[in-house]
Design a protein around this ligand. Structure first.
Ligand code: NAD
Length: 261
C-alpha cells in the first residue's frame, strides 16, 4: 500500500476546514478526523469551554486547530467566523454544517417555539452558512467543498421527532439544490446522514422502547461510534477522493435505511 497514493487521495494538508457544531459529539469527531488528515480546523459552536477543549485535543493529536464561537442562525456571527478564519488561515476550503438540535413530543404537543427552534438551527443555520460560504469558495482558485449533516430521519421520518425529521429532509433537498447551483464553480455540496450515535441532542429520545426498535431495524445491531463518520466525511470533502461527487447523500447507519421487514 503506497502512503503517497493514500495521501494524494485523502490528504487535506494545506487546506482549512470550518466545522460548525464541532463542540458536539459528532462534529468533534469529524473535526479531529479532518485535522488528522492534515487540515487546519476551526472548531466552532456555541460553547466556548467545549470548543477550547476540542481544539486542545486536536493539538494533542498533532493537528492544528483554533476555537471560534458561532451562533449558526446569526448572519453576523457567521460573517465574523469567516473573517477570523481568513485572518488566521488565509482560506476556507471546507465547511461542515454539524450544529443541530432536537425535540421529541407527540405531534399535537409541538409548540410553535420548539418547531421554530429546530427548523432554525438545523435548516436555516445550514442555509445561512451555505449562502455565505459557497459563493466565497467559488471565488477561490481551488473552490471548496461543503458537507451538511442530515440524518436517517431525512429518509425515514421518526415517530415523535417531527420538526427534526422535517428539517433534515429539507437539508438534503437544499443541499442538492445548492450543489446544482455551484457545480460548475468548483464548489461541491454533499450530505452525510448518520444513523444512531448516542449524543446530547438525542439522549432524551433514546428511551428503552426506542432503542429496542432501532436495534430491530439496524442490520448491524449496534449504535455507531462517532469516529465511524470520519471516513465518509473525508471522502466527500477531499478535493481528490470526492472530486466528482456533488449533491450526494451518504448514509452511515449500520444498514438502517437499507432494512426492510
Ligand atoms: N447523534 C446522532 O445519532 C445523530 C444522528 C443523525 C444526525 N445527527 C446530527 O449530527 C449533528 C451533530 O449532532 P450530535 O449528535 O453530535 O449532537 P450534539 O448535541 O453533541 O452536538 C450538536 C452541537 O451543535 C451545537 N449547536 C446547537 N445550536 C447551535 C447554534 N445555533 N449555533 C452553533 N452551534 C449550535 C450544540 O451546542 C452542540 O455542540 C446534528 O446536526 C444532528 O442532528 C446526529
Amino acid at each position: 500500500m503506497s502512503d503517497s497514493y493514500l495521501r494524494g487521495l485523502f490528504g487535506l494538508e494545506g487546506r482549512t476546514a470550518i466545522v460548525i457544531g464541532a463542540t458536539g459529539v459528532l462534529g468533534g469527531a469529524i473535526a479531529e478526523g479532518l485535522a488528522q488528515a492534515g487540515a487546519k480546523v476551526v472548531v466552532s459552536g456555541m460553547n466556548p469551554e467545549r470548543g477550547d477543549a476540542q481544539a486542545t485535543r486536536i493539538a494533542e493529536l498533532g493537528g492544528e486547530a483554533i476555537f471560534h464561537p458561532v451562533d449558526a442562525v446569526s448572519k453576523a456571527s457567521l460573517e465574523e467566523l469567516k473573517a477570523v478564519t481568513l485572518e488566521k488561515f488565509g482560506s476556507i476550503d471546507m465547511l461542515v454544517n454539524c450544529a443541530g438540535v432536537n425535540s421529541s413530543v407527540p405531534y399535537e404537543e409541538i409548540t410553535e417555539e420548539d418547531w421554530d427552534r429546530v427548523l432554525a438551527t438545523n435548516l436555516t443555520g445550514t442555509h445561512l452558512a451555505c449562502q455565505l460560504f459557497a459563493p466565497f469558495m467559488a471565488k477561490q482558485p481551488g473552490g471548496g467543498s461543503i458537507l451538511n449533516i442530515g440524518s436517517v430521519t431525512a429518509h425515514l421520518p421518526l415517530s415523535r421527532v417531527y420538526a427534526y425529521s422535517a428539517s433534515k429532509a429539507a437539508v438534503v433537498n437544499l443541499s442538492q439544490n445548492v450543489a446544482r447551483e455551484y457545480a460548475t464553480q468548483k464548489v461541491r455540496v454533499n450530505v452525510l446522514c448518520p444513523g444512531f450515535f448516542p449524543a446530547e441532542q438525542n439522549r432524551k429520545i433514546l428511551d428503552q422502547d426506542r432503542v429496542a426498535n432501532i436495534m430491530a431495524q439496524t442490520p448491524m445491531k449496534r449504535f455507531g461510534e462517532p469516529e465511524e463518520l470520519v471516513g465518509a466525511a473525508i471522502t466527500l470533502l477531499s478535493p481528490t477522493a470526492g472530486s466528482f461527487i456533488t449533491g450526494a447523500t451518504i448514509y452511515v447507519d449500520g444498514g438502517f435505511t437499507a432494512m426492510r421487514f
